[in-house]
Design a protein around this ligand. Structure first.
Ligand code: DLL
Length: 435
């Protein structure tokens, strides 16, 4: 099933022609309405974009970064008059000022269409009852999915996050067939459901439409097994309007971009140049239709690759691979690049331990880095068996050494002692800058 079949199966030449036309319009619109872009486009010799002849000319346009959002907080990047803005969202902003996004009426309509595409591609129909367990508020996830799902005609339950027992009760009582949440919260809910004393047959859940943080295939499988559902992944960010940028189809072989609204590129984050087609690099996105806050060449810091080959589902829009990490959450420990998802994959494949973990990185007096991985046991019984405990710990340490190329200290901790998250998981505790 597709939400907007004509668009989602548009031939590649047509997509490219549409993107070129919209790129030129967007550059002109930014040039005319946002002083920062006006100045930068002039400096780069691009001007109002009338010189842009092909899509590859995009390389002449300067990048936009997270700092540009911060430096122009809150409304400096707004292109439409405030009277036309009907909604404001913002990131949680754990460090510094939040990132703000503003929407015109038309922006909200397009957003709801993009999210509907992702949801339909993930298997949602008008018959579904969907519980949204993202925190409602300034976060784009909850209201983004909310209007996208209503757009399809699905029944939406705005549960918000928190109060796990109540979440599970709603699922059982309202006959919920689909869950919208972060993968980490979905995993937690699924574990609680198994332990809650109600038979799993009391749950009618079929689908998980999960996003907002990385979800490895291993993690996905775990959630699917616990709940007996099928999970699809979807991607987006506040700076680009929220969810709806890309999402899994039934093939789950990469997330299809909404290429009529977003123009993706992959660059080498060091040089800023395009990588060869199909190579990993930093995802850069230009919005093609946003009016409230258009964005030129936004450096997402997410590391992925793009596949332009045809997909078995029939959609023609390019697909992004699951992110390998972020340019800023890639840990460099003793000179080795480590992504938390690599560690997660190892743990999920290991018996007797849960996929709940914490990474603690410290620096000693001799300026040597140390990685400690706190790993949660599934069964407390093993705690009384010193030999079994030591063997398990050594086995995980050996796997980490061979896969990461790095010595890590593994600490096994009792069940249910690693922090659980109702939004995005925060698994890294980097204490190195404390010395
Ligand atoms: O997380 C928007 C969203 C809400 C997407 C709901 C999907 C579903 P931010 O809070 O601004 O926006 O965080 C954006 O989260 O740059 C990625 O690093 C990460 N991220 C989001 N979705 C995925 C995903 C929302 N499916 C940042 N896989 C992005 C991996 C993701 N990372």
């Amino acid at each position: 099933m597709m939400f907007q079949k004509d668009i989602e199966t548009m031939p590649r030449e047509q997509i490219n022609a549409l993107q070129l036309e919209r790129l030129k319009q967007t550059v002109k619109y930014c040039y005319d309405h946002v002083p920062l872009y006006h100045k930068r486009l002039d400096e780069a010799g691009v001007g109002d974009g009338s010189k842009i002849k092909t899509l590859s000319d995009i390389e002449y346009i300067p990048f936009t970064t997270k700092d540009d959002f911060r430096d122009n907080y809150p409304f400096g990047l707004t292109a439409a008059p405030m009277k036309d803005i009907v909604r404001i969202h913002a990131s949680s902003g754990t460090t510094g000022k939040p990132t703000v996004g503003v929407y015109t009426k038309e922006d909200l309509k397009i957003w709801a269409d993009c999210v509907a595409r992702v949801a339909v591609a993930g298997g949602v129909t008008a018959d579904d009852v969907i519980q949204i367990s993202f925190g409602y508020g300034l976060f784009t996830g909850a209201l983004g999915l909310h209007y996208g799902l209503e757009n399809i005609g699905a029944t939406v339950i705005p549960a918000s996050s928190g109060n796990t027992e109540k979440q599970l009760m709603m699922m059982r009582d309202y006959g919920v067939t689909g869950l919208v949440a972060t993968p980490s919260y979905a995993l937690y809910l699924s574990e609680c459901a198994k332990k809650s004393g109600y038979p799993m047959s009391d749950y009618k859940l079929k689908l998980g439409i999960l996003g907002s943080e990385p979800c490895t295939v291993a993690m996905r499988t775990k959630i699917e097994e616990n709940f007996g559902i099928r999970v699809s992944d979807n991607y987006g960010m506040t700076e680009l309007g929220g969810p709806g940028v890309s999402g899994d189809c039934e093939a789950r072989d990469g997330m299809h971009f909404a290429e009529d609204h977003f123009l993706p590129e992959i660059i080498d984050p060091e040089t800023g140049k395009h990588v060869a087609e199909g190579e990993y690099g930093e995802l850069v996105i230009t919005t093609l239709t946003r009016k409230g806050m258009p964005v030129l060449r936004y450096k997402t810091r997410d590391i992925t690759k793009i596949d332009y080959t045809p997909c078995s589902c029939g959609r023609t829009h390019a697909r992004m691979a699951k992110t390998r990490g972020r340019t800023d959450d890639m840990l460099i420990i003793k000179g080795v690049n480590v992504f938390p998802t690599q560690i997660e994959n190892i743990l999920i494949e290991t018996e007797n331990v849960a996929p709940h973990y914490k990474l603690i990185i410290t620096r000693d007096a001799a300026f040597r880095d140390h990685l400690e991985i706190q790993v949660e046991l599934i069964n407390a019984n093993i705690l009384d068996n010193f030999q079994a405990l030591t063997e398990l710990q050594r086995a995980i340490e050996a796997k980490m050494q061979s896969i990461l190329g790095l010595r890590a200290k593994v600490t096994l901790v009792p069940p249910n002692t690693v922090e659980r998250f109702q939004g995005k998981a925060k698994r890294i505790d980097d204490r190195r800058n404390q010395i």
